[in-house]
Design a protein around this ligand. Structure first.
Ligand SMILES: [Zn+2]
Length: 210
């Protein structure tokens, strides 16, 4: 009988158990819900739909009630925006203010949302990060005493990544809830989460909050 094997296994089990302890959300935490808009979702015939855009809505709805501060960002472009292909940009026309594409995903539960910020609102200016919208987000979060910024939404590898990077740059602890985000493709989502992790952004899953 070899006694070493079972001993090693039980130590490993204890380590894993410790890592799985759920994270407690406090008043010093804010949730940023990035661009959960119809233009980005296949289920709403989005013109710039990411692979599984509708897939993250359920997870986002599940985590929103945990937070005192939930702020939603939206792309809100004028009809002649510089990011559109027809105007020399790289994206098909999307999220034109006032259209269905600009609206939130119909299944997104907005009950917990306390403020909205709008991005890329003028013709010659584009913005990926929720920190570059119409609200002075960093100052608002400082005033609220927020220390940790959690990020969910669309697209993982574009606006979510830019938002998390800005949160970190402005001195917040940046945490991305990976399975409450959707990226352009499954591969680019996974690669982006890996890169964020290397940059010092914490990547967790919805289950870590319960
Ligand atoms: Zn845009």
């Amino acid at each position: 009988m070899n006694w070493k094997k079972p001993r090693k296994i039980s130590i490993l089990f204890l380590i894993c158990e410790g890592e799985n302890q759920s994270m407690t959300i406090t008043k010093n935490d804010a949730l940023l819900v990035v661009d959960v808009q119809q233009s980005f979702c296949p289920g709403t015939n989005g013109s710039l739909a990411v692979e599984d855009g509708d897939g993250c809505v359920k997870s986002i709805n599940a985590v929103m009630p945990l937070f005192d501060w939930v702020i939603a960002s939206r792309d809100a472009h004028p009809d002649n925006h510089c990011s559109f292909v027809e105007n020399g940009g790289q994206w098909p026309k999307h999220c034109v203010k006032g259209t269905d594409g600009w609206d939130f995903h119909p299944r997104l539960d907005l009950t917990s949302v306390c403020a909205q910020t709008f991005k890329g609102t003028s013709e010659h200016q584009d913005a990926y990060s929720a920190f570059r919208g119409t609200l002075p987000l960093t100052h608002i979060l400082w005033a609220l005493g927020v220390q940790r910024v959690f990020v969910v939404g669309i697209a993982t590898d574009v606006c979510v990544a830019a938002t998390a990077a800005d949160a970190m740059e402005d001195g917040f602890e940046a945490i991305v809830i990976g399975d409450a985000t959707c990226g352009v493709t499954k591969e680019s989502t996974a690669a982006s989460l890996k890169t964020m992790s290397k940059q010092g952004i914490k990547v967790i899953n919805v289950a870590d909050l319960f």
